[in-house]
Design a protein around this ligand. Structure first.
Ligand code: TNX
Length: 533
């Protein structure tokens, strides 16, 4: 009773508290409910609208620490620009059909509730309903709530991403969204080997990709130039392979300690992104051989390399030292990785004979399972029968891959001429390569994962991934310029139902997204294919 009176007093105070001087253009810049990238499965607008005010609270599923954490993340995303307190508290009452979250009666509220108990949604889907009194996100699991909050943020005016208070009204279009992913794996890959990117840069990239419901970040942690992850049983890998000057052109260097890696895993998990570590083998191992000459067949250390050639190094397939090394690395990686996958590379092994390649993969693929993880590799691994229980990442440019079709492996689609974020946009792009072609944003968007490779159909496909190789990319601005706006195109192919696929719709939504990247300080490519707001 007393509590109720106090609450009413608080509500009254919030009503009479001095209102901020709002600017003109009320509601004008609120996106339509259909503005979200990637496109939701179903969008049903109404003519209602919800206004976030100084009195708005965020209410979360009682007893759920993840829901409370997601509520706090949502509040943190909304506080700087609104200047509102947006208190986050567990809801008192709730139910899947009648979410009634608040202590305050009909105070405007945003509620994040679990127990949606809706089979369509799976673990990552959500229902978002918006009317004039409340915004409700319901999901079966926390990942779905997080995804719902990412959609909600895109429904606020673009200024929501501004770092300082913006005087305007925060109106959200009314209606409902039912949303869930087409594929469970929607990845981005970052090459840490060619140029090392610091944990702070990787975190920022995680922030940027998770806005588009990307749920895996694949880190390419070793290559000919450098070795970027601490392995206790082979310490020279990072002492030498991560030393200053080990980046392409002798620039940079560095590596992740186990503590750095654990911190990244945690940071990613809080954004519902799972880290997939890759150690590339049997090729792309020059840095490891510089550190440990016993990994060559003749025991002679090769010179360190900071050029961008590929296909010249190979582990010694007939040597037991090789397998001791590989097993140590896989064991340590598996122990530090909570996610289900360990990526063992397997691409461009031109310095390994075909017979040796098969011998190697037949022996190494099962080692990943031995340490409780699913083996994942570039599509070349599909030649090995042991790849039947693995995941193979298609990185070709053609539309055939016979080994992939017969192998039984699950497939992640990364066709190089559509998803490679290190390809130039056009001939004049100052960064990037062009061996797989020039990739404008319409090319990145213009394909279907389920028809891309003959015989690899929807049931075999785990998802899509957009790799970003970093031979030419040094800092976060470079990464952002190559990833955006192409990464959202790949995210939409992975998330949205095929029936929603429309360049007209996507390009319009992308154009309207531009101001968000500007407020976020993301250095995106202003593609001439898009009419930017
Ligand atoms: C090919 S695609 C590679 C990488 C390069 C990339 C540059 C693949 C599996 N291997 O070693 O960095 O091209 O675009």
């Amino acid at each position: 009773m007393t509590l109720r009176v106090l609450m009413l007093a608080a509500l009254a105070f919030s009503v009479i508290a001095p209102a901020p001087a709002f600017g003109s253009g009320i509601g004008r810049e609120s996106p339509a409910l259909s503005a979200v990238i990637p496109a939701p499965a179903t969008v049903l607008p109404t003519n209602q609208r919800f206004q976030v005010t100084r009195g708005t609270g965020i209410y979360t599923q009682p007893g759920s620490a993840p829901a409370l954490a997601i509520g706090e993340q949502l509040a943190q995303a909304m506080r700087p620009a609104t200047g509102f307190p947006l208190p986050v508290r567990p809801a008192l009452r709730n139910g899947p059909l009648s979410p009634w979250p608040s202590l305050f009666g009909d105070e405007p509220a945003i509620s994040l509730l679990l127990g949606a108990n809706d089979a369509r949604l799976g673990p990552e889907g959500y229902l978002l309903t918006i009317d004039h009194t409340r915004v409700t996100i319901q999901a079966n699991a926390a990942a779905g709530l997080f995804n719902g909050t990412q959609s909600l943020l895109q429904l606020l005016p673009a200024q929501i991403d501004a770092p300082t208070v913006q005087r305007r009204r925060w109106i959200i279009a009314g209606g409902s969204i039912v949303d869930y992913p087409r594929f469970g794996y929607r990845g981005a890959m970052l090459d840490e080997a060619r140029h090392f990117h610091t944990p702070a840069e990787v975190k920022r990239y995680i922030d940027e990709i998770s806005r588009f419901k990307i749920n895996y970040l694949h880190l390419h942690l070793s290559d000919d130039q450098g070795w970027r992850i601490q392995i206790d049983s082979w310490p020279r890998l990072t002492e030498i392979g991560g030393a200053p000057g080990t980046g392409v052109d002798g620039v940079g260097g560095g590596f992740l300690t186990k503590a750095d890696y654990a911190d990244l895993v945690r940071y990613a998990a809080a954004r519902y992104v799972t880290i997939v570590p890759e150690i590339d083998m049997p090729g792309h191992v020059n840095a490891a051989q510089v550190a440990y000459p016993s990994l060559t067949c003749d025991g002679v250390a090769p010179p360190p390399r900071t050029d961008t050639e590929v296909g010249y190094s190979s582990l010694c397939i007939s040597s037991e030292t090789t397998y001791r090394f590989v097993e140590d690395v896989i064991r340590e990686l598996a122990a530090m990785t909570p996610g289900p996958y360990i990526h063992i590379g397997g691409d461009e092994a031109q310095a390994t004979s075909p017979a040796d390649y098969l011998t190697f993969e037949q022996r190494v693929l099962p080692l990943v399972a031995k340490y409780g993880k699913t083996a994942y590799g570039w599509h070349d691994i599909a030649q090995a029968p042991a790849a039947a229980s693995a995941v193979a990442q298609f990185w070709g440019t053609g539309n055939t891959a016979p080994d992939l079709v017969t192998s039984g492996a699950k497939v992640v689609m990364s066709p190089a001429n559509q998803t490679y974020l290190d390809m130039k946009y056009n001939e004049d792009t100052p960064l990037g390569q062009d061996w797989a072609g020039l990739i404008e944003v319409d090319t990145a968007y213009g394909w279907d994962p389920a028809t891309r490779v003959r015989g690899v159909t929807e049931p075999a496909i785990l998802g899509v991934e957009a790799p970003l190789w970093s031979e030419t990319l040094r800092d976060l601005d470079d990464i952002e310029f190559m990833a955006f706006p192409r990464l959202p195109a790949i995210a939409e192919l992975g998330w949205s139902p095929a029936a929603t696929h429309s360049w007209a719709s996507f390009s319009a939504r992308l154009g309207a997204y531009g101001p968000r990247w500007e407020w976020q300080g993301v250095d995106f490519y202003r593609s001439p294919k898009i009419t930017w707001s």
